[in-house]
Design a protein around this ligand. Structure first.
Ligand code: FAD
Length: 351
């Protein structure tokens, strides 16, 4: 933590109330961070989440990626800490935060060359998403503006034609309780934010309400991951904290990465694109490692002891990206540095 540059300025949202906008109630579908940002600008923010948030940090169906440690870049960490000032202490208490110092380097292996990167002046954090999410959730439920309805799923949008402008606008959502009763409720809002992730039904909902759909780009990503944890053999000394064996698209869609997520513990994640999903059985996983563009990763794991099952994750072959106007907006604004301003209602196309 001491390594983090604390003086990098950033502003995540202009919280000055806009005189022309009604900011009484915002609804967020699925997103904790979006709700946190909006809580500075709206009197009331309701999060609708179809899962039940567990009482202790543990994986849930709606976030299958939580079995995999995540890299969090320094900028992301700073933004999170600004939104949740006690985050560092909370996560240290939960034993989740690993800071990788600027050295030693990481090694990248391509089909025809090996590159030793670093040192850089940037930190990488390895985080357990499940613990971060649990902590953020616990903090958010204490804020009086924020109300969370778990075990409810959004099923459709409510749209109204405004009299003044004869314009159709989204003015709320319909939700259904999960469980045998399947009760229905309807909520009105001045703003609805869809943060429901990769399975978002937004375009279907908009179409049902006869909105002109934003142009979109479809990518046949067919991305799959499989992750396993290993104990680093004591006698092995390596001069890197991370090794990446890259794919060589389009002919070699497979890749693999080994990361030191805490002293003596390696996370190994293999991935494939275009429907080349990595296997999660013992023999298949080993074979996948062996067939990467270089045998280095396979070789380094020869004497490492596996300490977890192999967990897989698959995205469908057809995966819809964001509407293109949003993408270009984000790219123009340099995604890694300034993604949160995009959440400002002034920057989004509002339906
Ligand atoms: C194996 C793997 C490794 C990854 N590693 C990294 C990494 O190292 N670094 C990194 O930055 N990213 C990483 N990612 C990507 C990262 O996990 C995702 O980008 C991120 O989790 C997306 O978050 P989200 O909140 O947008 O969506 P989600 O996490 O999908 O959350 C959406 C939420 O909405 C809820 N929801 C959905 N539909 C409805 C509905 N109709 N009504 C109510 N609620 C609904 C869901 O239950 C869920 O809680 C990785 C992903 C995978 C799979």
């Amino acid at each position: 933590m001491e390594h983090v540059q604390k003086n990098i300025p950033f502003q995540y949202i202009d919280t000055k109330p806009s005189p022309n906008k009604n900011r009484k109630h915002a609804i967020v579908i699925g997103g904790l961070l979006a709700a946190r940002v909006l809580a500075d600008a709206f009197e009331r923010v309701t999060i609708i989440e179809r899962d039940h948030y567990p009482d202790t940090p543990s994986p849930r169906a709606g976030a299958p990626q939580s079995h995999h440690f995540h890299y969090l870049l320094q900028r992301g960490f700073l933004i999170l800490s600004a939104l949740f000032p006690t985050l560092t202490l909370d996560l240290k208490a939960l034993g989740t935060l690993a800071v990788i110092p600027t050295t030693p380097p990481f090694v990248s292996i391509y089909a025809h060359k090996k590159v030793f990167n670093g040192p850089t002046n940037r930190e990488v954090f390895f985080i357990e998403p499940v613990k971060i999410e649990w902590r953020l959730y616990r903090q958010l439920i204490r804020r009086p503006e924020i109300h969370i309805r778990t075990n409810w799923e959004v099923t459709e949008l409510i749209a109204t034609t405004t009299q003044e402008q004869a314009q159709i606008r989204v003015t709320g959502i319909q939700i259904r309780a999960r469980g045998p009763e399947a009760r229905i409720d309807r909520l009105n809002a001045d703003l609805v934010v869809d943060a429901s992730g990769r399975n978002s039904q937004l375009l279907i909902w908009l179409e049902e309400r006869h909105f002109a759909l934003p142009s979109e780009e479809r990518i046949a990503s067919g991305l799959g991951y499989a992750t396993r944890y290993y104990k680093k053999p004591e006698h092995v000394n390596v001069a890197w904290y991370m090794m990446r064996v890259h794919s060589a698209a389009p002919h070699i869609p497979r890749s693999g990465a080994l990361s030191t997520i805490m002293p003596g513990i390696w996370q190994v994640t293999v991935s494939g694109m275009a429907g080349n999903y990595p296997p999660t059985d013992e023999a298949g996983f080993r074979q996948w490692l062996r067939n990467l563009v270089s045998p280095d990763l396979y070789n380094v794991l020869q004497n490492a002891e596996p300490i977890s099952p192999i967990r897989g994750f698959r995205l469908p072959k057809r995966f819809c990206t964001m509407p293109s106007h949003c993408c270009s907006r984000i790219t123009q604004q340099k995604w890694s540095k300034q993604w949160l301003p995009v959440l400002s209602t002034d920057n989004l196309r509002v339906f």
